[in-house]
Design a protein around this ligand. Structure first.
Ligand SMILES: *Cc1c(COP(=O)(O)O)cnc(C)c1O
Length: 492
């Protein structure tokens, strides 16, 4: 049987729902919809309600999820999303709001936005926050737009260079390029950190900004960070922090205190909101005093009248770069992140950072004898980058094969081949939400796979063996999506 016939559930005459007979004359329907769109017969699947329920339930079981198993996808912070977040995001007072309601009727929601803005600014040591961007990359884009506006306002429009270390996430150069900046890459040093000499060489009066991830994409803390910020400020540039790795530092240290001028958070990484299958995320952006005037509008502000707080949507910001989202961003994600922060409190937030780092180092220490650890097995932050170079050299097994083999053991693969500067990279981020038992199970499986690479490399190279489909052409799967229903059967 082909995949198509396995999927095909339609049987002529089977009915799942009874619709009332329409009472719109065909001619007038055609005048609204266009005559071509009025058809007597539509080739839709003919299925019962139960057929549909089973079809989608079974498909959903083929998905891997954080609620179903361990998900050590490095850089993505796939932490558990506490269910209390869903309870608050489902409160009718929030779900029933309309964004065009008068602000006197939405004070509770505006208060929540205001408080979350302030809490994020406090967590990163900056002055103000916007929740508008839908993703980390969107936050980067907004930051680069503000950097551009800042230099323009100061009569320094000639600054057209953004310096980015070559270990950066691919979205960094893309965001800078979208704002017509010229991207200048700089190499790292042998300890996996920014090379100060290379940075100094790249800096001049045409530099608009440096984009830096800290902890960086090798999972290592940039120990020279104060000096790096001083160097960039010394030539009049701004320093941007890609804050996707904020989980490692929560409650322990703050980018604002290190000298960064602007950063983005991924609420869908650090603050336990869903990653959403391509749906809305939130790449909140915090700024220090230099960029504060350029934040997008509307911005939620607070004033006290007779000792009582009143919240406003402020659009009277003359230097604002404008809007980057309809209305105020994905509000119900803000509710979830707010719930997460309030349920942990300041102490709990710090515990997140500490345990994220502890868990990653536990994995690193137990796997160090079995895989190479990038950059000489140093103490890492919230994630550890292994390399399958040894396995590739000894038995031809690559990082991708090891990832596929993990699927046979019911574990989601780590991030592969990123950062690009580590050959055969396997980037593992366990997050603080996993227990020692889960980490031990994962580590034992990784050790077993390292053994298989020696004793039976073919079983690793041909994995996965137990999934519904084995190896896909991943490029075709992305570029040639086949999602359209085409009827197979005309009879029953
Ligand atoms: C995830 C990530 C991004 C991009 O965030 P999205 O929400 O996926 O757009 C940027 N930089 C780093 C280091 C990341 O891990």
């Amino acid at each position: 049987m082909t995949t198509k016939t396995i999927f095909e559930k339609s049987r002529t005459g089977r009915i799942g729902a009874n619709l009332p007979k329409h009472d719109v004359p065909t001619a007038s329907a055609a005048s609204y919809l266009g005559a071509d769109n009025i058809r007597e017969n539509l080739p839709l699947p003919e299925v019962s309600e139960l057929d549909v329920v089973r079809h989608f339930t079974n498909l959903s079981h083929r998905n891997y999820s954080i609620d179903g198993g361990f998900y050590p996808l490095g850089s993505c912070t796939m932490k558990y999303n506490p269910k209390v977040n869903e309870a608050t995001a489902g409160l009718p007072g929030f779900t029933g709001l309309h964004p065009l309601q008068d602000e006197t009727t939405t004070q509770g929601a505006l208060a929540l936005i205001y408080e979350l803005q302030a809490m994020l600014a406090e967590i990163c040591g900056m002055q103000a926050t916007t929740l508008q961007p839908s993703a980390g990359a969107h936050g980067e884009l907004l930051a680069m737009m503000m950097v551009k506006a800042y230099h323009k306002e100061r009569g320094e429009e000639h600054r057209n260079i953004v310096v980015i270390p070559d270990a950066a996430h691919g979205t960094n150069p893309a965001s800078a390029a979208r704002c017509n900046f010229v991207v200048k890459g700089i190499p790292g040093n042998s300890s996996g950190r920014t090379d100060l000499g290379a940075l100094e060489k790249a800096l001049n009066r045409n530099v608009a900004a440096l984009m830096l991830t800290n902890p960086n994409t090798a999972g290592l803390f940039e120990t020279d960070i104060k000096r790096i910020c001083e160097l960039v400020h010394g030539v009049g540039g701004l320093v941007y922090c890609d804050g996707a790795n904020m989980n490692a530092m929560l409650g322990i240290t703050r980018p604002g205190d290190m000298g960064f001028d602007v950063m983005h958070f991924n609420l869908h990484k650090t603050f336990s909101t869903p990653h959403g299958g391509g749906g809305p995320g939130c790449g909140a952006v915090s700024v220090g005093s230099k960029l504060e005037p350029y934040l997008p509008i509307p911005y939620v502000t607070r004033e006290f009248i007779d000792g009582k707080p009143h919240f406003h949507l402020d659009s009277s910001r003359p230097l604002s770069i404008g809007r980057v989202h309809s209305f105020y961003g994905a509000f119900l994600l803000a509710v979830r992140a707010y719930t997460y922060i309030r349920s942990l409190g300041a102490k709990g937030i710090r515990g997140v950072g500490e345990n994220a780092v502890l868990n990653a180092n536990y994995v690193r220490a137990r796997l160090a004898g079995h895989y190479d650890v990038a950059f000489d097995n140093q103490v890492c932050m919230h994630e550890v980058v292994l390399s399958a170079s040894k396995q590739k050299h000894e038995s031809g097994v690559r990082a991708l094969d090891i990832s596929k083999r993990l699927m046979d053991y019911g574990i989601h693969p780590p991030t592969n081949y990123f950062p690009l500067i580590v050959p055969e990279a396997l980037m593992i981020e366990p997050t603080e939400t996993e227990s020692k038992q889960t980490l031990d199970e994962f580590i034992d499986v990784m050790i077993q796979i390292a053994e298989e690479c020696k004793t039976d490399p073919e079983i690793v190279k041909s994995a996965p063996h137990v999934t519904v489909v084995s190896r896909l052409d991943e490029t075709q799967a992305v570029k040639q999506l086949d999602l359209r229903y085409e009827p197979l059967f005309s009879g029953s």
